[in-house]
Design a protein around this ligand. Structure first.
Ligand SMILES: [Zn+2]
Length: 367
């Protein structure tokens, strides 16, 4: 069983995930059209909507933050990162223990989702305003309606008003318990904050890295060298994640949150997969004789029989099929034989030509 530390935020969200997944039988289901590119800098990430249970998204829940919500979420997380880690090599204004900054971002995201659905409102209950619905009794309107200043005030307070960092032992508290000590009066809403813990961890993991994000249906392609591309944005995972052995048989499991864009590794023709083991998946039959298998997706953005180019957005990762945690399963097969994809992935990661799948080993990458 593979075990990961998925979100090491203050040691609280340590998810030990054992993976179970397998190749699927190719079955046709309907799919959408290829996505156009977005963003001048090749924006690559989407952030899912908050769900109560990220591991079991229902089809009607497969939705993403709107541009407005995403912009506000990005401001909240980047503001907290700047305050707690510094910027441009400078020292942090408020140094925190390792992981505590991310924890603060998770708490702030849950508060803004519950209070305003990540909208910078110029109205609210009684005298509440803005993303955090901060009360004018405590926060000047110029603070509560400015997402950067409102986030700072939530984190470090104002003269005479406590911030999150002033709450004793806050990094170890449940999100609701910490939040109600800053947001006031919010005790009667404490239970609502608990519903979004898992989403906040996943969204923070995506946004903390500072990778540009864009809404789905406009996901930019991955750069492709030598007609090959990584199945995930290169800066998302360290190199050694692509070298992990797989349980049972040759393949690799890549730990990423549900909703992470996946890209065509090779040019080829798409077959759609929908079965109990692979879940929602695709197979790309390439001209090099290899079949490139993607499993456990939450959404597919290419149709049966579609031609794709290397680096094209093909869908979003997830946790469908026989899987016990969000991840992308990647396999390379020649005929019915599973080959070890590790060398292929490392070569592409390093900017080298991808090895022919016929030259990949059939043993040595599983346990
Ligand atoms: Zn797997």
């Amino acid at each position: 069983m593979t075990k990961w530390v998925l979100v090491p935020a203050a040691g609280i969200y340590v998810l030990l995930v054992g993976l179970l997944c397998a190749f699927g039988v190719v079955v046709g289901v309907s799919g959408g059209a290829a996505a156009p590119a977005c963003g001048p800098n090749g924006s690559t990430l989407t952030v899912p909507k908050p769900w109560k249970d990220l591991n079991r998204p229902r089809e009607e829940d497969l939705d993403y933050l709107t541009p407005e919500e995403l912009t506000n979420a990005t401001v909240v997380v980047s503001t907290i990162r700047t305050v707690t880690e510094g910027s441009n090599g400078g020292p942090p204004e408020v140094p925190l223990a390792p992981g505590a900054g991310r924890r603060a971002a998770e708490i702030a995201l849950v508060v803004t989702w519950v209070e305003s659905n990540l909208r910078n409102l110029n109205y609210g209950d009684a005298d509440s305003l803005g993303l955090f619905q901060q009360r004018q009794e405590y926060y000047p309107v110029t603070v509560s309606t400015d997402p950067v200043r409102a986030t700072r005030a939530f984190l470090v307070g104002l003269p005479g008003v406590k911030g999150l960092v002033h709450v004793p032992e806050w990094p170890g508290m449940e999100i609701g318990a910490a939040a109600v000590r800053v947001q006031r009066p919010a005790q009667r809403y404490e239970f609502r904050y608990h519903e979004f813990d898992e989403w906040a961890a996943a969204a923070t993991q995506l946004l903390w890295a500072g990778v540009p994000v864009c809404p789905p249906d406009s996901v930019a392609p991955q750069p492709a060298l030598h007609s090959a591309a990584l199945p995930l944005a290169r800066d998302l995972l360290p190199r050694d994640e692509y070298d992990d052995p797989h349980h049972d048989y040759p393949a690799v499991d890549l730990a990423v949150p549900t909703g992470t864009p996946a890209y065509a590794m090779v040019p080829g023709t798409v077959s759609l997969v929908d079965d109990d083991r692979c879940g929602t998946g695709i197979v790309i039959a390439a001209g090099d004789g290899g079949s490139y298998v993607y499993c456990h997706l939450s959404a597919v953005d290419v149709g049966e029989g579609a031609s794709v180019v290397a680096g094209q957005y093909v869908g979003a990762t997830g946790n469908t099929g026989r899987s016990t945690g969000p991840h992308l399963h990647i396999g390379i097969k020649v005929g019915e034989t599973s080959r070890c994809p590790q060398t292929w992935l490392l070569s592409v990661y390093d900017g080298l030509a991808a090895p022919n799948p016929l030259l990949l080993p059939t043993v040595g990458c599983s346990y």
